[in-house]
Design a protein around this ligand. Structure first.
Ligand SMILES: Nc1ncnc2c1ncn2[C@@H]1O[C@H](COP(=O)(O)OP(=O)(O)OP(=O)(O)O)[C@@H](O)[C@H]1O
Length: 449
Protein backbone atom coordinates (compact mmCIF):
# COMPACT_ATOMS: atom_id res chain seq x y z
CA UNK A 1 0.00 0.00 0.00
CA UNK A 2 1.33 3.40 -0.93
CA UNK A 3 1.75 5.81 1.95
CA UNK A 4 1.26 9.47 1.25
CA UNK A 5 2.39 12.41 3.32
CA UNK A 6 1.83 16.08 2.96
CA UNK A 7 5.09 17.64 1.75
CA UNK A 8 5.08 19.63 4.98
CA UNK A 9 5.49 16.72 7.42
CA UNK A 10 7.86 17.91 10.16
CA UNK A 11 10.25 15.54 11.90
CA UNK A 12 12.24 16.38 15.01
CA UNK A 13 15.35 14.36 15.77
CA UNK A 14 16.58 14.47 19.36
CA UNK A 15 20.02 12.97 19.76
CA UNK A 16 23.21 14.21 21.37
CA UNK A 17 25.38 12.29 18.94
CA UNK A 18 25.99 13.48 15.41
CA UNK A 19 26.56 10.16 13.62
CA UNK A 20 23.38 8.19 13.07
CA UNK A 21 21.06 11.11 13.70
CA UNK A 22 22.82 13.16 11.03
CA UNK A 23 22.52 10.31 8.58
CA UNK A 24 18.82 9.78 9.29
CA UNK A 25 18.21 13.52 8.96
CA UNK A 26 19.87 13.59 5.52
CA UNK A 27 17.95 10.55 4.28
CA UNK A 28 14.64 11.96 5.48
CA UNK A 29 15.34 15.36 3.95
CA UNK A 30 15.89 13.67 0.60
CA UNK A 31 12.47 12.05 1.05
CA UNK A 32 10.88 15.49 1.41
CA UNK A 33 10.52 15.76 5.18
CA UNK A 34 11.23 19.01 6.96
CA UNK A 35 13.81 18.32 9.65
CA UNK A 36 14.44 19.88 13.07
CA UNK A 37 17.29 18.78 15.30
CA UNK A 38 17.97 19.13 19.01
CA UNK A 39 20.59 17.67 21.29
CA UNK A 40 18.65 17.47 24.54
CA UNK A 41 15.13 16.50 25.57
CA UNK A 42 14.59 19.94 27.05
CA UNK A 43 15.44 21.71 23.81
CA UNK A 44 13.27 19.18 21.99
CA UNK A 45 10.27 19.92 24.20
CA UNK A 46 10.67 23.58 23.40
CA UNK A 47 10.74 22.94 19.67
CA UNK A 48 7.57 20.89 20.06
CA UNK A 49 5.87 23.82 21.68
CA UNK A 50 6.81 26.20 18.89
CA UNK A 51 6.63 24.09 15.73
CA UNK A 52 3.96 21.80 14.34
CA UNK A 53 6.02 18.63 14.63
CA UNK A 54 4.43 15.39 13.43
CA UNK A 55 7.09 12.81 14.23
CA UNK A 56 9.84 12.74 16.84
CA UNK A 57 12.80 10.40 16.49
CA UNK A 58 14.58 10.32 19.81
CA UNK A 59 17.56 8.48 21.12
CA UNK A 60 16.92 6.66 24.41
CA UNK A 61 20.18 7.87 25.97
CA UNK A 62 19.86 11.63 26.16
CA UNK A 63 21.90 13.86 28.48
CA UNK A 64 18.91 15.12 30.48
CA UNK A 65 15.83 12.86 30.26
CA UNK A 66 15.62 9.21 29.28
CA UNK A 67 14.17 9.04 25.75
CA UNK A 68 11.63 6.40 26.81
CA UNK A 69 10.31 8.70 29.55
CA UNK A 70 10.27 11.54 27.05
CA UNK A 71 7.64 9.60 25.07
CA UNK A 72 5.25 9.97 28.01
CA UNK A 73 5.97 13.68 28.41
CA UNK A 74 5.35 14.36 24.72
CA UNK A 75 2.15 12.30 24.61
CA UNK A 76 0.85 14.13 27.67
CA UNK A 77 1.36 17.50 26.00
CA UNK A 78 0.69 16.65 22.33
CA UNK A 79 -1.04 13.30 21.98
CA UNK A 80 -1.18 13.44 18.17
CA UNK A 81 2.62 13.38 17.76
CA UNK A 82 4.14 9.99 16.92
CA UNK A 83 7.47 9.07 18.49
CA UNK A 84 10.09 6.58 17.36
CA UNK A 85 12.85 5.71 19.83
CA UNK A 86 16.36 4.77 18.77
CA UNK A 87 17.48 1.97 21.06
CA UNK A 88 20.93 0.50 21.49
CA UNK A 89 21.66 -3.02 20.34
CA UNK A 90 20.40 -5.62 22.82
CA UNK A 91 18.15 -3.30 24.81
CA UNK A 92 14.81 -4.67 23.70
CA UNK A 93 13.27 -3.75 27.08
CA UNK A 94 13.67 -0.05 26.21
CA UNK A 95 11.79 -0.58 22.96
CA UNK A 96 8.98 -2.43 24.69
CA UNK A 97 8.70 0.27 27.36
CA UNK A 98 8.72 2.95 24.68
CA UNK A 99 5.65 1.41 23.04
CA UNK A 100 3.98 0.97 26.44
CA UNK A 101 4.54 4.68 27.04
CA UNK A 102 2.69 5.47 23.82
CA UNK A 103 5.58 5.37 21.34
CA UNK A 104 4.88 4.53 17.68
CA UNK A 105 7.76 2.08 17.31
CA UNK A 106 11.46 1.71 18.01
CA UNK A 107 14.49 1.12 15.89
CA UNK A 108 17.62 -0.70 16.95
CA UNK A 109 20.59 1.46 16.04
CA UNK A 110 22.60 0.03 13.21
CA UNK A 111 20.34 -2.98 12.60
CA UNK A 112 17.18 -1.40 11.30
CA UNK A 113 18.38 1.42 9.05
CA UNK A 114 16.36 0.19 6.08
CA UNK A 115 13.18 0.27 8.16
CA UNK A 116 13.43 3.92 9.04
CA UNK A 117 11.98 5.50 5.90
CA UNK A 118 8.78 3.41 5.67
CA UNK A 119 8.33 3.75 9.43
CA UNK A 120 8.60 7.54 9.40
CA UNK A 121 6.19 7.71 6.45
CA UNK A 122 3.63 5.67 8.40
CA UNK A 123 4.14 7.63 11.61
CA UNK A 124 3.85 10.95 9.73
CA UNK A 125 0.67 9.89 7.99
CA UNK A 126 -0.90 8.85 11.29
CA UNK A 127 0.24 11.99 13.09
CA UNK A 128 -1.01 14.31 10.37
CA UNK A 129 -4.41 12.70 10.52
CA UNK A 130 -4.42 12.91 14.30
CA UNK A 131 -3.33 16.54 14.19
CA UNK A 132 -6.20 17.39 11.86
CA UNK A 133 -8.68 15.73 14.21
CA UNK A 134 -7.02 17.39 17.21
CA UNK A 135 -7.27 20.85 15.62
CA UNK A 136 -10.88 20.31 14.74
CA UNK A 137 -11.70 19.07 18.23
CA UNK A 138 -9.80 21.90 19.85
CA UNK A 139 -11.34 24.61 17.73
CA UNK A 140 -14.83 23.28 17.27
CA UNK A 141 -15.66 21.37 20.42
CA UNK A 142 -13.32 23.33 22.64
CA UNK A 143 -11.45 20.32 24.00
CA UNK A 144 -9.24 22.67 25.91
CA UNK A 145 -12.13 24.68 27.20
CA UNK A 146 -13.22 24.61 30.83
CA UNK A 147 -15.53 21.67 30.09
CA UNK A 148 -12.69 19.19 30.36
CA UNK A 149 -11.68 20.35 33.86
CA UNK A 150 -12.87 17.58 36.15
CA UNK A 151 -14.74 18.16 39.38
CA UNK A 152 -18.16 19.16 40.66
CA UNK A 153 -17.26 20.26 44.17
CA UNK A 154 -18.01 23.80 45.13
CA UNK A 155 -14.31 24.62 45.49
CA UNK A 156 -13.46 23.76 41.87
CA UNK A 157 -16.68 25.07 40.29
CA UNK A 158 -16.11 28.41 41.98
CA UNK A 159 -12.58 28.56 40.57
CA UNK A 160 -13.91 27.62 37.10
CA UNK A 161 -16.63 30.28 37.27
CA UNK A 162 -14.12 32.99 38.16
CA UNK A 163 -11.70 31.88 35.44
CA UNK A 164 -14.50 31.76 32.85
CA UNK A 165 -15.36 35.36 33.60
CA UNK A 166 -11.82 36.60 33.10
CA UNK A 167 -11.04 34.37 30.08
CA UNK A 168 -12.54 36.56 27.31
CA UNK A 169 -10.82 39.70 28.61
CA UNK A 170 -7.16 40.54 28.05
CA UNK A 171 -6.45 40.79 31.77
CA UNK A 172 -3.32 39.28 33.29
CA UNK A 173 -4.22 36.34 35.53
CA UNK A 174 -2.19 34.86 38.36
CA UNK A 175 -3.06 31.22 39.09
CA UNK A 176 -2.29 30.05 42.60
CA UNK A 177 -2.35 26.51 43.90
CA UNK A 178 -0.25 23.57 45.00
CA UNK A 179 1.64 21.48 42.48
CA UNK A 180 -0.61 19.31 40.29
CA UNK A 181 -3.82 21.23 41.01
CA UNK A 182 -4.31 22.10 37.34
CA UNK A 183 -2.79 25.56 36.96
CA UNK A 184 -1.57 24.79 33.44
CA UNK A 185 -4.93 23.21 32.54
CA UNK A 186 -6.64 26.41 33.68
CA UNK A 187 -4.18 28.58 31.76
CA UNK A 188 -4.90 26.60 28.57
CA UNK A 189 -8.64 26.86 29.11
CA UNK A 190 -8.40 30.62 29.64
CA UNK A 191 -6.46 30.92 26.38
CA UNK A 192 -8.82 28.68 24.39
CA UNK A 193 -11.83 30.60 25.65
CA UNK A 194 -10.36 33.94 24.68
CA UNK A 195 -10.35 35.77 21.36
CA UNK A 196 -6.70 34.76 21.02
CA UNK A 197 -7.55 31.06 20.79
CA UNK A 198 -6.36 30.64 17.19
CA UNK A 199 -3.05 32.29 18.04
CA UNK A 200 -0.14 30.62 19.88
CA UNK A 201 -0.31 29.47 23.49
CA UNK A 202 3.26 29.34 24.78
CA UNK A 203 3.90 27.77 28.19
CA UNK A 204 7.25 28.30 29.92
CA UNK A 205 8.31 26.69 33.15
CA UNK A 206 10.52 29.38 34.68
CA UNK A 207 12.07 26.95 37.16
CA UNK A 208 13.50 24.68 34.51
CA UNK A 209 16.08 27.14 33.21
CA UNK A 210 19.05 28.78 34.94
CA UNK A 211 18.57 32.56 35.10
CA UNK A 212 20.70 33.63 32.08
CA UNK A 213 19.25 30.91 29.91
CA UNK A 214 15.72 31.88 30.91
CA UNK A 215 16.47 35.45 29.90
CA UNK A 216 17.62 34.43 26.43
CA UNK A 217 14.69 32.01 26.11
CA UNK A 218 12.16 34.69 27.00
CA UNK A 219 13.64 37.72 25.30
CA UNK A 220 15.77 36.27 22.51
CA UNK A 221 19.09 37.71 21.38
CA UNK A 222 20.92 39.42 18.55
CA UNK A 223 23.68 37.67 16.64
CA UNK A 224 27.09 38.24 18.22
CA UNK A 225 25.74 39.27 21.61
CA UNK A 226 27.63 36.38 23.24
CA UNK A 227 29.82 33.47 22.16
CA UNK A 228 27.64 31.01 20.35
CA UNK A 229 24.98 33.56 19.34
CA UNK A 230 25.55 32.99 15.64
CA UNK A 231 22.29 34.41 14.39
CA UNK A 232 19.39 36.43 15.78
CA UNK A 233 17.02 34.37 17.86
CA UNK A 234 13.42 35.12 18.70
CA UNK A 235 12.45 34.77 22.33
CA UNK A 236 9.28 33.18 23.62
CA UNK A 237 7.56 36.53 24.15
CA UNK A 238 7.92 37.13 20.42
CA UNK A 239 6.88 33.57 19.59
CA UNK A 240 3.70 34.15 21.57
CA UNK A 241 2.91 37.38 19.70
CA UNK A 242 -0.85 37.89 19.28
CA UNK A 243 -1.42 34.91 21.56
CA UNK A 244 -0.89 34.07 25.21
CA UNK A 245 2.24 33.34 27.23
CA UNK A 246 1.93 31.25 30.40
CA UNK A 247 4.75 31.76 32.90
CA UNK A 248 4.63 28.76 35.20
CA UNK A 249 6.55 28.90 38.51
CA UNK A 250 6.98 32.65 38.03
CA UNK A 251 8.16 32.94 41.63
CA UNK A 252 11.38 31.13 40.69
CA UNK A 253 12.61 33.98 38.48
CA UNK A 254 15.68 35.91 39.62
CA UNK A 255 15.01 39.43 40.94
CA UNK A 256 16.85 40.89 37.95
CA UNK A 257 14.63 39.06 35.52
CA UNK A 258 11.56 39.99 37.55
CA UNK A 259 12.40 43.65 36.86
CA UNK A 260 12.49 42.92 33.12
CA UNK A 261 9.21 41.05 33.32
CA UNK A 262 7.65 44.03 35.07
CA UNK A 263 8.54 46.16 32.08
CA UNK A 264 6.86 43.69 29.72
CA UNK A 265 3.76 43.74 31.92
CA UNK A 266 3.66 47.52 31.96
CA UNK A 267 4.49 48.34 28.36
CA UNK A 268 4.55 45.05 26.41
CA UNK A 269 8.09 45.98 25.38
CA UNK A 270 11.49 44.48 26.10
CA UNK A 271 15.08 44.59 24.89
CA UNK A 272 16.60 41.49 23.39
CA UNK A 273 20.02 40.47 24.67
CA UNK A 274 22.60 42.46 22.72
CA UNK A 275 20.01 44.77 21.15
CA UNK A 276 19.86 48.54 21.36
CA UNK A 277 16.22 48.87 20.43
CA UNK A 278 13.05 47.78 22.13
CA UNK A 279 10.75 45.13 20.72
CA UNK A 280 7.00 45.43 21.15
CA UNK A 281 4.65 42.50 21.42
CA UNK A 282 0.92 41.99 21.68
CA UNK A 283 0.56 39.26 24.25
CA UNK A 284 -1.66 38.23 27.09
CA UNK A 285 0.26 37.14 30.18
CA UNK A 286 -0.87 34.37 32.47
CA UNK A 287 1.33 33.32 35.38
CA UNK A 288 1.30 30.70 38.09
CA UNK A 289 3.06 29.82 41.28
CA UNK A 290 2.69 27.18 43.95
CA UNK A 291 4.27 29.47 46.55
CA UNK A 292 2.51 32.13 48.57
CA UNK A 293 3.46 35.28 46.60
CA UNK A 294 2.61 37.62 49.46
CA UNK A 295 4.99 35.76 51.78
CA UNK A 296 7.64 35.56 49.05
CA UNK A 297 7.34 39.32 48.54
CA UNK A 298 7.69 39.95 52.27
CA UNK A 299 10.77 37.69 52.37
CA UNK A 300 12.33 39.72 49.54
CA UNK A 301 12.25 36.89 46.98
CA UNK A 302 9.52 38.41 44.89
CA UNK A 303 9.28 42.05 43.82
CA UNK A 304 6.31 43.65 45.42
CA UNK A 305 5.55 45.82 42.37
CA UNK A 306 5.60 42.71 40.16
CA UNK A 307 3.35 40.90 42.59
CA UNK A 308 0.80 43.73 42.44
CA UNK A 309 0.96 43.82 38.64
CA UNK A 310 0.52 40.08 38.31
CA UNK A 311 -2.19 39.76 40.89
CA UNK A 312 -4.63 42.13 39.21
CA UNK A 313 -6.77 39.03 38.97
CA UNK A 314 -5.96 35.87 40.90
CA UNK A 315 -7.59 32.47 40.68
CA UNK A 316 -6.82 30.10 43.53
CA UNK A 317 -7.13 26.43 42.72
CA UNK A 318 -8.18 24.12 45.53
CA UNK A 319 -5.97 21.22 46.51
CA UNK A 320 -7.40 17.74 46.03
CA UNK A 321 -7.55 17.33 49.81
CA UNK A 322 -9.90 20.33 49.88
CA UNK A 323 -12.22 18.70 47.35
CA UNK A 324 -12.26 15.07 48.31
CA UNK A 325 -15.78 14.73 46.91
CA UNK A 326 -14.23 14.91 43.43
CA UNK A 327 -11.73 12.09 43.92
CA UNK A 328 -14.04 9.29 42.79
CA UNK A 329 -15.14 11.17 39.68
CA UNK A 330 -11.56 12.01 38.67
CA UNK A 331 -10.38 8.45 39.37
CA UNK A 332 -13.23 7.03 37.23
CA UNK A 333 -12.41 9.38 34.39
CA UNK A 334 -8.75 8.41 34.29
CA UNK A 335 -9.54 4.73 34.85
CA UNK A 336 -11.60 4.71 31.68
CA UNK A 337 -9.05 6.76 29.78
CA UNK A 338 -6.09 4.54 30.69
CA UNK A 339 -8.06 1.29 30.30
CA UNK A 340 -9.14 2.32 26.78
CA UNK A 341 -5.57 3.21 25.96
CA UNK A 342 -4.23 -0.23 26.86
CA UNK A 343 -7.38 -2.05 25.72
CA UNK A 344 -8.32 -3.48 29.11
CA UNK A 345 -11.85 -4.18 30.25
CA UNK A 346 -12.21 -2.74 33.71
CA UNK A 347 -15.70 -2.68 35.20
CA UNK A 348 -15.31 -0.69 38.35
CA UNK A 349 -13.31 0.24 41.46
CA UNK A 350 -14.17 -1.61 44.69
CA UNK A 351 -15.78 0.43 47.47
CA UNK A 352 -12.69 -0.11 49.62
CA UNK A 353 -10.49 1.19 46.83
CA UNK A 354 -12.54 4.38 46.56
CA UNK A 355 -12.52 4.72 50.34
CA UNK A 356 -8.73 4.45 50.48
CA UNK A 357 -8.32 7.01 47.68
CA UNK A 358 -10.60 9.39 49.54
CA UNK A 359 -8.67 9.00 52.80
CA UNK A 360 -5.26 9.56 51.21
CA UNK A 361 -3.40 12.85 51.69
CA UNK A 362 -2.73 13.91 48.08
CA UNK A 363 0.46 15.98 48.17
CA UNK A 364 0.77 15.84 44.36
CA UNK A 365 -2.95 16.55 43.84
CA UNK A 366 -4.62 15.56 40.55
CA UNK A 367 -1.26 14.70 38.95
CA UNK A 368 -0.57 12.18 41.70
CA UNK A 369 -4.06 10.69 41.46
CA UNK A 370 -3.72 10.38 37.68
CA UNK A 371 -0.37 8.60 38.05
CA UNK A 372 -1.75 6.21 40.67
CA UNK A 373 -4.66 5.29 38.40
CA UNK A 374 -2.34 4.72 35.47
CA UNK A 375 -0.27 2.35 37.59
CA UNK A 376 -3.36 0.51 38.80
CA UNK A 377 -4.62 0.02 35.23
CA UNK A 378 -1.27 -1.42 34.15
CA UNK A 379 -1.30 -3.88 37.06
CA UNK A 380 -4.99 -4.82 36.84
CA UNK A 381 -5.79 -8.40 35.95
CA UNK A 382 -9.44 -8.44 37.00
CA UNK A 383 -12.48 -6.37 36.12
CA UNK A 384 -12.79 -4.95 39.62
CA UNK A 385 -10.02 -2.73 40.92
CA UNK A 386 -9.06 -3.47 44.53
CA UNK A 387 -6.72 -1.93 47.09
CA UNK A 388 -4.14 -4.66 46.50
CA UNK A 389 -3.08 -2.73 43.37
CA UNK A 390 -2.27 0.44 45.27
CA UNK A 391 1.28 1.28 46.34
CA UNK A 392 1.94 0.19 49.92
CA UNK A 393 1.84 3.71 51.37
CA UNK A 394 -1.86 3.87 50.53
CA UNK A 395 -2.73 0.80 52.46
CA UNK A 396 -2.52 2.32 55.91
CA UNK A 397 -4.98 1.05 58.43
CA UNK A 398 -7.53 3.47 59.75
CA UNK A 399 -7.80 3.02 63.45
CA UNK A 400 -11.27 2.21 64.48
CA UNK A 401 -11.73 3.35 68.07
CA UNK A 402 -13.52 0.11 68.93
CA UNK A 403 -10.93 -2.14 67.32
CA UNK A 404 -8.48 -2.39 70.14
CA UNK A 405 -8.15 -6.14 70.24
CA UNK A 406 -4.64 -7.52 69.90
CA UNK A 407 -5.12 -8.70 66.30
CA UNK A 408 -6.15 -5.24 65.06
CA UNK A 409 -3.18 -3.69 66.77
CA UNK A 410 -0.82 -6.27 65.31
CA UNK A 411 -2.29 -5.64 61.84
CA UNK A 412 -1.83 -1.90 62.21
CA UNK A 413 1.71 -2.33 63.37
CA UNK A 414 2.62 -4.58 60.44
CA UNK A 415 1.14 -1.99 58.04
CA UNK A 416 3.16 0.72 59.70
CA UNK A 417 6.42 -1.17 59.42
CA UNK A 418 5.73 -2.13 55.80
CA UNK A 419 5.07 1.50 55.05
CA UNK A 420 8.35 2.41 56.64
CA UNK A 421 10.24 -0.15 54.52
CA UNK A 422 8.32 0.90 51.37
CA UNK A 423 6.93 -2.63 51.05
CA UNK A 424 10.24 -4.44 51.52
CA UNK A 425 9.12 -7.57 53.38
CA UNK A 426 12.56 -8.93 54.29
CA UNK A 427 13.43 -5.62 55.93
CA UNK A 428 10.01 -5.49 57.62
CA UNK A 429 10.47 -9.01 59.04
CA UNK A 430 13.90 -7.98 60.37
CA UNK A 431 12.47 -4.90 62.08
CA UNK A 432 9.55 -6.87 63.49
CA UNK A 433 12.00 -9.45 64.71
CA UNK A 434 10.07 -12.34 63.15
CA UNK A 435 10.93 -14.77 60.37
CA UNK A 436 10.00 -13.94 56.78
CA UNK A 437 7.68 -16.98 56.58
CA UNK A 438 5.87 -15.82 59.70
CA UNK A 439 5.46 -12.39 58.17
CA UNK A 440 3.99 -13.89 54.99
CA UNK A 441 1.61 -16.00 57.09
CA UNK A 442 0.44 -12.92 58.98
CA UNK A 443 0.05 -10.92 55.79
CA UNK A 444 -2.16 -13.65 54.39
CA UNK A 445 -4.12 -13.88 57.60
CA UNK A 446 -4.74 -10.15 57.69
CA UNK A 447 -5.19 -10.04 53.88
CA UNK A 448 -2.45 -7.47 53.45
CA UNK A 449 -1.05 -7.82 49.91
N1 LIG B 1 -9.30 19.59 37.34
C1 LIG B 1 -8.60 18.76 36.55
N2 LIG B 1 -9.26 17.98 35.67
C2 LIG B 1 -8.58 17.12 34.90
N3 LIG B 1 -7.25 16.95 34.93
C3 LIG B 1 -6.56 17.70 35.76
C4 LIG B 1 -7.19 18.66 36.62
N4 LIG B 1 -6.24 19.25 37.35
C5 LIG B 1 -5.08 18.72 36.96
N5 LIG B 1 -5.26 17.78 36.02
C6 LIG B 1 -4.23 16.92 35.41
O1 LIG B 1 -3.18 16.81 36.36
C7 LIG B 1 -1.91 16.99 35.74
C8 LIG B 1 -1.21 18.19 36.35
O2 LIG B 1 -1.92 19.38 35.99
P1 LIG B 1 -1.17 20.76 35.75
O3 LIG B 1 0.15 20.55 35.04
O4 LIG B 1 -2.13 21.71 35.13
O5 LIG B 1 -0.87 21.19 37.26
P2 LIG B 1 -0.04 22.44 37.80
O6 LIG B 1 -0.84 23.02 38.92
O7 LIG B 1 0.29 23.36 36.66
O8 LIG B 1 1.25 21.74 38.38
P3 LIG B 1 2.74 22.37 38.64
O9 LIG B 1 2.58 23.45 39.65
O10 LIG B 1 3.52 21.20 39.16
O11 LIG B 1 3.22 22.88 37.31
C9 LIG B 1 -2.17 17.12 34.24
O12 LIG B 1 -2.01 15.87 33.65
C10 LIG B 1 -3.63 17.56 34.16
O13 LIG B 1 -4.22 17.10 32.99
Amino acid sequence: METKIQPSANVLIIDDEQGLAGLIARILELEGFHLFKNYTAREGLKTLMLEDIHVVISDVKLPDINGVELVKLIKEKKPYIEIINLTAHGTIADGVQSIKNGGFDYITKGDDNDKIIPLVFKAAEKAQLQLRVFNLETRITGKYSFDHILGRSRAITEAIDIAKKVAPTDTTVLLLGETGTGKEVFAESIHYESTRKLQPFVAVNCSSFPSELLESELFGYKAGSFTGALKDKKGLFEEANNGTIFLDEVGEMSLELQAKLLRVLESRTFIKIGDTQTTKVNIRILAATNRDPQKEAEAGNFRLDLFYRLSVFTVTLPSLNERKADIELIAKHYLKQFADKVNKRIERMSDEFIHVLTQHQWKGNVRELKNVIERVVILAEKGVIGVDLLPIEFRTVHVDADALDLESIEKQHIYKVLNHTHGNKTEAARLLNIGLTTLYRKLEHYTIA
